[in-house]
Ligand binder design. Structure first.
Ligand code: V47
Length: 363
């Protein structure tokens, strides 16, 4: 007799949308490989054996933050001796070098610096844009955008317009954590609510900006709260169609107040990615962030519904501060090899998932 999970698998492959109850059943299903196989088939229908990657660079402009998130090992008090805030000039120099090295995208995020309002955010982007006109600027999480709107006393729509005029091209998906208030009270008590995160994204999507979405999982949340998070993303995507990729971020457990939690196991990570692929039928790309998965597990995840391996990265600090053991960067050749050895075809993409066919390829 077919198991409950097998019936769900048949239904989803026949085109039925997964319910929250079914997603939960798959997260609990003992047969990891069956769930992975359905997710891989779902992915292959859309993208065949292609796996996307991009040549990017992360730029964390400040570690100073007025919040005290329990999972974060990167933040410093604004007055701390090891707190930093990059000047627009220093950020521009890094961006210029990234462009010379062949990057097509800069991922710009930081803590909530008490003095970094809209004017400073615009100055930062404008300096980067001037130094590297061809780079796509994926900058500022919903949390940072809300902070700028508060400091400047301006509506979010105006903040977004001004940042776009200064060079903003799209938004990263960070800061979503887990939407459930029960969990937020414990892991990020000062942060905007899940509702506000979704509202900021809705406003951005309605203004024509595209974004990603994340989920930081494997700490205090229940599986039900994980599914609820995915369901809220799926509902917003039904309305706006603005999310390009979903990024599942496994909790890194070192050097932070939650360090006594073990973090998710490899099986949990793979199952969560596979269920995200099957449940988020309206978000095209499922991204493995190898910095937090580790390169080896990220490669395995390509058989579990993942179609995007992010990226060359170069100078990541948030995951590494919390104990990520992955290297600081991968080269284009490294990424291509990881993808090929997994039996897939590497496709270098731009920030809107169009294949990169020309330009300097020497990262
Ligand atoms: O916003 C912080 C999370 C995010 C930890 O949009 C942690 O393409 C796990 O958002 N363990 C930053 N996660 C990373 C991020 C991201 C990465 C790659 C691609 C994209 C994209 C977005 O990492 C933070 C927070 O949600 N985070 N500390 C930790 N200890």
């Amino acid at each position: 007799m077919a198991t409950e999970a097998a019936v769900i698998g048949q239904r989803v492959l026949a085109g039925e949308r997964l319910t929250e109850e079914q997603a939960l059943a798959l997260l609990r299903a003992p047969d990891l490989l069956a769930v992975g196989e359905w997710a891989a088939r779902f992915k292959n229908r859309r993208f065949g054996n292609q796996v996307f990657f991009n040549v990017n660079r992360h730029l964390n402009y400040t570690n100073c933050c007025i919040h005290h998130c329990a999972f974060c090992a990167f933040r410093r008090d604004p007055e701390a001796v090891d707190g930093y805030l990059l000047s627009p000039r220093a950020a521009a120099d890094l961006a210029g070098q990234a462009a010379v090295d062949g990057a097509t995208e800069l991922h710009v995020v930081g803590g909530l610096h008490p003095e970094l309002g809209l004017a400073e955010g615009c100055r930062l982007l404008a300096a980067i844009r001037a130094a590297a006109p061809g780079l796509h600027l994926k900058a500022f999480t919903a949390v940072e955008l809300d902070h700028m709107a508060r400091l400047s006393g301006l509506p979010l729509a105006v903040v977004l317009t001004e940042l776009r005029d200064a060079g903003l091209d799209s938004l990263p998906g960070g800061g979503a954590e887990i939407f459930a208030p029960r969990v937020r009270r414990r892991i990020c008590p000062d942060k905007i609510s899940g509702e506000r995160w979704l509202e900021v994204m809705a406003t951005a999507h309605e203004s024509g900006l595209r974004s990603n979405a994340t989920m930081l999982f494997g700490h205090l949340e229940t599986l039900e709260e994980r599914v609820e998070h995915l369901a809220r993303l799926r509902r917003l995507q039904d309305r706006t169609d603005g999310f390009q990729a979903f990024v599942a971020l496994p909790f890194q457990h070192r050097n932070n107040p939650l360090a006594d939690l073990p973090g998710p196991t490899a099986v949990d990570i793979l199952r969560t990615l596979a269920v995200a692929r099957l449940f988020l039928d309206n978000i095209p790309h499922i991204k493995a962030y190898w910095v937090m998965l580790g390169v080896k597990l990220a490669q395995v995840s390509l058989a579990f519904g993942v179609d995007d391996l992010d990226g060359t990265v170069v100078a990541e600090q948030i995951g590494h501060a919390a104990g990520a053991e992955a290297p600081q960067s991968l080269s284009r050749a490294d990424l291509e090899r990881q993808i090929r050895v997994a039996g897939c075809r590497p496709v270098e993409r731009d920030s809107f998932y169009r294949p990169v066919t020309s330009g300097m390829k020497h990262a």
